[in-house]
Design a protein around this ligand. Structure first.
Ligand code: ATP
Ligand code: MG
Length: 871
């Protein structure tokens, strides 16, 4: 069975069990501060488990793109070295939100694997949770009994908290789990060692394929487990491992999920897969990593220097590095694999198909840049090697290895590999120390301690009323303390709030909470999954009192102007540049709007002008806001609204329309475009391969900007004594200046020639040396150099010292004919350094020509005297 059919059969099985199939959530997590990337199928359902939100369907199933390269679940170091852990993988899952529990989950899993997929029962083992004293949890007897009805008791294994108690992160939903493992070894191997003894022992052919988690608890920051409001099922099965089992392979990389990628790479590298361990690992690493990188970029995460973007950049560099070192790829090569990836996965994951060209460009440029840095790093290593040529202990210090790592992106193993090839050693301990120092530094910056919520009232969905009003009567339903950078602040959740939480590029609101007795500042508002969280400096004295929640209206108004202007800008860009323009990011606050979009060239001045004009026309048309709060997503799309990749949408969406501009948007907007008043683009630039950025302003800020420009023009005019035509008179000024410069340099040249004659006249021939030592006045340093070189060309056996006054600054030039350098051992560099002491300066150069500058012009006479005594 090919992999496409495996995936479909899984989904069909659960459709038949009344499950709704949902889309994979994006790889990059936007609204969950505890998680950078989606690491399991359950992430997108976290709020259902916690009881923060009601699910529409109590049974769902899907295939979820997961990435395990950071945080609690991090498999990066294993990937490629082993044959069954990936960075990005698909997790097939089925869920029950307070509906069925252990019995159905266990029986259906067994039915699917053994009846539908026909996996051999005598090669399957299951595990159940064996209890944990620390957490005061008992053995999962219920799961054991359910399994005992289906399989032989000696196929059931009790597991510890490490293997059989699943947790998403340090905090959050969790519960005991039951895993299904498969033994894929040969009959002969099975006869030698029992499969059961190899379960959970890192054997590459005795692997876990499916984990059934029975969600019952929430792990709090204090470590305490609290019961969830209901019991849920959360299962996750590795799609690539399932394919390995069904296709009877010994490695995920031998399934049709990976063979086309490996074949293409092996051909390009001119190697065979399965012959050499080192090249095999490289082939696996690259064919794995390209998936993670391509899907991250397709979900809107560009490689960058911070956060999630940096993790993606490091994965890419790891792949480039393996290709460079073991497969001899010296040019970008990873981006070319995206075509194959698209053939295999583009049908199921449309985001890759429609953005294929964009993804390829981003990867190619990133590869190109890193290959250049690799090259620079290699040159640096070469330099170190020659420096160490005469040293006995050929050790590259830890701090140098760290510099290579930190600024050139050289992983430590690469440095030591290259070092070994060159007969050098790297101080590993020193490197580890530097690494630790850096970790401590960044920890100190980022440490954030989050306390547990104190819940005052339980409420299923917090009400956001900020589309219609800037004030509301509210009370606190939960709060907690946050410690960040040594400061304590509080987060509070209100039952009803007019505060807009930062999202969709729009910043969060600030304002006040007011009760009869006090007034608290709300610093910012953010989202945590679907909670709206307000940041306040301190808690009110009475947390149970009623408050008037009050949004800072002027900030909100300016932000709304900019948000609506962003929509108009998006529309104008697509009209002027074409339909390939897609939003790649945006920032909207009270001062500025920033819009990133896909487009492959710099915009011309005309294009920028047309876009700006079109937006201003739409503003003057005073288009009325047409807002639909709950439109089915398909209807919204048929109106022309574009869903953004990397965003998660529900079935019902909010649609914002201004004339022909239609967007899916949760932000706040003006009632009519006329409110914006005026729109002005202030810059257009590139931020990554194929991504441009426009920064613009609107309303008062745009008016101020224009006024400032006009004021500047007035000042220029008055400097020019108010000519009738400013431009012509500036042009004339520039031309005059050029003319004058030419005349001056001709004058200087004449003077220098005169000076040269004078100097030549002063030469003293003394045996085999022609000596000229003179104090001169020259217009600039170039003239000094030119004069010295001309004299050197005209005179043999020259020893020339010019002590120059250059517009009031002292400079010395020492020039010596090559034969004197050789025969008499004279060195202009050494001499000039000695002379420079007299003018309180320093300098250097080559043995035949050196210069120095200084501070003390009165020292020039002494320079001449000193020089006379040298030769
Ligand atoms: P393992 O112990 O093998 O690392 P796990 O305990 O981390 O697995 P879970 O967190 O239970 O795995 O994830 C559910 C399923 O997802 C696993 O049974 C496995 O099939 C699959 N899986 C987990 N991690 C990876 C990975 N890095 N690459 C591919 N598949 C994975
Ligand atoms: Mg794991």
């Amino acid at each position: 069975m090919d992999s496409k059919s495996v995936r479909q059969k899984f989904l069909n099985f659960f459709i038949n069990k009344n499950h709704q199939i949902v889309d994979s959530a994006p790889l990059v997590n936007k609204n969950d501060p505890t998680l950078m990337f989606t690491n399991a199928g359950m992430n997108q359902f976290k709020d259902f488990f916690l009881g923060n939100e009601e699910p529409k369907n109590k049974r769902v199933a899907d295939t979820q793109k997961c990435l395990r390269v950071s945080g609690k679940h991090n498999d990066l170091e294993e990937v490629g070295l082993d044959t069954y852990h990936h960075t990005m993988f698909e997790m097939l899952g089925n869920w029950s939100f307070g509906d069925y529990f252990k019995k159905e989950a266990i029986e259906w899993a067994w039915e699917l694997l053994t009846v539908e997929f026909k996996l051999p029962k005598d090669r399957l083992y299951v595990s159940v949770f064996g209890g944990d004293e620390g957490d005061n949890l008992e053995v999962d007897q219920e799961a054991f009994d359910l399994w005992a009805n289906i399989v032989d008791k000696d196929r059931i294994i009790f597991g510890s908290k490490k293997d059989n108690f699943w947790e998403m992160g340090d905090t959050g939903p969790c519960g005991p789990c039951s895993e299904i493992h498969i033994d894929l070894r040969s009959d002969q191997e099975v006869a030698e060692i029992l499969g059961k003894d190899l379960v959970n022992n890192d054997h590459p052919q005795v692997v876990e394929i499916w984990n059934l988690v029975f969600m019952e608890f929430n792990r709090q920051a204090s470590g305490k487990l609290v019961n969830l409001p209901a019991k849920h099922v959360d299962t996750g099965m590795g799609f690539e491992r399932l394919c390995m089992a069904i296709q009877k392979k010994k490695s995920n990389y031998d399934t049709d999920v990976f063979t086309p990628l490996i074949a293409c790479l092996a051909e390009k590298a001119n190697v065979k897969y399965g012959v050499n361990e080192q090249t095999d690992i490289a082939l696996r690493v690259i064919s794995d990593h390209v998936r993670a990188i391509a899907f991250a970029v397709a979900d809107g995460q560009l490689p960058s220097n911070t956060g999630a973007g940096y993790v993606i950049r490091r994965i890419l560099r790891r792949a480039v590095r393996y290709g460079f070192t073991f497969l001899n790829f010296k040019e970008p090569f990873i981006y070319e694999l995206v075509d194959i990836l698209d053939q295999q996965m583009g049908e199921v994951f449309n985001e890759l198909r429609v953005q294929k060209d964009f993804v390829k460009r981003v990867i190619e440029q990133e590869e190109h840049a890193f290959l250049k840095t690799l090259d620079k790093g290699l040159k640096k290593l070469e330099g170190i090697k020659s420096e160490l040529a005469d040293v006995k202990d050929k050790v590259i210090s830890g701090s140098l290895a760290f510099e290579l790592y930190d600024t050139y992106g050289f992983p430590f193993d690469l440095t030591s590999l290259i070092a070994r090839e060159n007969g050098l050693y790297v101080d590993e301990k020193g490197f580890a120390e530097e690494m630790q120092k850096q970790k401590n530094r960044s920890k100190a910056d980022a440490v954030k301690e989050t306390g547990d919520w104190t819940v005052l009232k339980k409420k299923n969905k917090v009400e956001f009323v900020g589309y219609d009003q800037l004030e509301a009567e509210s009370s606190i339903i939960q709060y907690r303390i946050i410690k960040q950078k040594g400061k304590e602040v509080y987060q509070i959740v209100l039952d009803k709030t007019p505060f807009y939480a930062e999202s969709g590029g729009q910043v969060g609101d600030n304002g006040y909470l007011e009760s009869d007795s006090e007034r608290l500042k709300v610093l910012d508002t953010k989202k945590e999954n679907d909670l709206i969280v307000h940041l306040v400096e301190k808690l009110p004295t009475n947390v149970e009192s009623k408050f008037t929640a009050q949004v800072n209206g002027s900030k909100r108004k300016m932000t709304m102007n900019n948000h609506t202007a962003t929509h108009l800008l998006h529309h104008a860009l697509r009209s002027v540049l074409g339909a390939h323009v897609e939003q790649k990011g945006s920032l909207v606050n009270e001062k500025i709007l920033r819009f990133d979009f896909s487009h492959f060239q710099k915009m011309t001045d005309e294009e920028i002008g047309s876009v700006e004009k079109m937006v201003n026309v739409m503003i003057r048309e005073n288009l009325q806001l047409d807002e639909r709060r709950n439109m089915p997503i398909d209807e919204a799309k048929s109106l022309g609204a574009m869903a953004l990749f990397g965003e998660k949408y529900g079935d019902q969406v909010r649609v914002i329309k201004f004339g022909e501009s239609v967007e899916l948007c949760g932000g706040t907007h003006v009632q009519a475009t006329g409110n914006i008043g005026y729109f002005k683009i202030i810059s257009e630039s590139s931020i990554a391969a194929g991504v441009r950025r426009i920064e613009a302003i609107s309303a008062d800020a745009a008016e101020e900007f224009i006024n400032e420009q006009l004021h500047l023009l007035d000042e220029v005019k008055s400097l020019l004594k108010s000519p009738a035509d400013v431009k012509t008179s500036i042009q004339q000024l520039v031309e005059e200046k050029n003319q004058l410069e030419k005349e001056i340099s001709a004058l200087h040249a004449g003077q220098t020639q005169n000076l040269k004659k004078e100097i030549l006249a002063s030469k003293e021939v003394n045996g085999s040396i022609t000596k000229i030592i003179k104090k001169v006045s020259l217009p600039n340093a170039d003239a000094l150099k030119q004069l010295s070189f001309e004299l050197k060309n005209e005179l043999n056996n020259l020893f020339l010292v010019l002590a120059a006054d250059i517009q009031g600054k002292p400079q010395i030039a020492v020039t010596i004919s090559e034969n004197l350098v050789k025969d008499k051992g004279l060195n202009a560099g050494n001499i000039v350094r000695e002379l420079a002491k007299e003018i309180q300066g320093g300098g250097g150069g080559q043995p035949f020509y050196a210069t120095a500058g200084g501070k003390d012009i009165s020292g020039l006479e002494r320079v001449v005297e000193k020089a006379l005594n040298i030769v």
